[in-house]
Design a protein around this ligand. Sequence first.
Ligand SMILES: Cc1ncc(COP(=O)(O)O)c(C=O)c1O
Length: 431
Amino acid sequence: MSTLTIFSNARAAEETPAPATQARPIPAVLGADLEVPVKGGRLVGYANLDYAASAPCLEPVSAAVTAALPAYSSVHRGAGYASQLTTARYEQARHTVRAFVGARPDDAVIFTRNTTDATNLLAGCLPEGTTTVVFDTEHHASLLPWPNAVRLAPPAFPGEAVRAADETLAAIEGPKLLVVTAASNVTGELWPIAALAHIAHRHGARILVDAAQLVPHRRLNLTALDLDYVAFSGHKLYAPFGAGALVGRRDWLADGEPYLKGGGAVRSVGESAANVQWHDDPEPRHEAGTPNVLGAIALAAACDALTATGWTELVREEERLIARLRSGLAAIDGVRELSLWGPDHPRVGIVSFTVAGYSAREVAEVLSGEYGIGVRDGKFCAHPFVRHLLGASDGGCEDGTASAVRASIGIGTTQEHVDRLVSALSDLVAC
Ligand SMILES: Cc1ncc(COP(=O)(O)O)c(C=O)c1O
């Protein structure tokens, strides 16, 4: 298969319409009317442009949690009615998450705390001697957990990512795992995950896709893209109740060391440590202790709400706003957008930039203190990548010169928020 065919297959898979559902209006987020103090003591409506860090809670998510609370009880343990109901809701949440990412019927769906927890869980289940291949462009959650990693330099163009993975995987003996983000948390750029999955499988490797920044913005279909594992976080998906998920092939997870050791993960416990029978099913095996039931219910409610709204509508609105923001930034002298693959490469609603003459921290503080705009500044837990984009050397964590400002949008972002940011930056550079 040519690289071009793989790319168009990837796009086709990503664009395949979701199963027919009744499209509903885009739901509201909590806090849309939040007012915050700015210089001089005035209150202004908060312009939250920091969705890539944590997105606000969707109203249907909050409603689902509120509805579940009166019957809240233990799961998998009690015979009482409330316990049965809560257990059913928890297990239904698993089905919803499975459907949301288009997982295969036999894939495991493990509730985790977040993406970092999910990548670390998988890292603990790799077969003996596994080599992990990972690009330097990854978020630390996907860069750091691997016991034996080969790190690849940021590729100059998408085809170069595929070529580098191809060459590297070909040279590795034994079990191998390729880890890649679906959408960069720094530039928002989409990675050629279908092509990388194809290459990984050609070399007998598996692929884990870090979908933390993709699933709030685009539909993901694990089966159509032929991915082995995906990981993501509820708090970036409008469900800030402390749950995330690892979804994928059962065998490594069934054989791996239980992530937490304790009640729920065992079938039986004998008199000695050697006499413990762990569950073979990945879900109980890796979810010891009382799980985050409300987090799982919230995560599922977010999946349901996005699916019910329909991706066409969500993507259209996001693309309109991000195009307006990027052209506004491009028109300001001294503002430089960070990009790995150029301005025309497809991306989600995330833009990082620098402002000549100001540190990222200064810019973020002015935006907050004078305009009521929330953005993120720093290296976004992707130190090697941000340094690469800025052409900076490793000045350490506190090195403000190797930092950028990030604006990120989602459901609830308005045109006024975007215009306020552009106008604030124009004022700043004019000073
Ligand atoms: C691409 C990506 N991966 C992983 C993570 C880690 O997510 P969490 O902090 O929810 O574990 C983030 C968070 O910013 C991210 O953007």
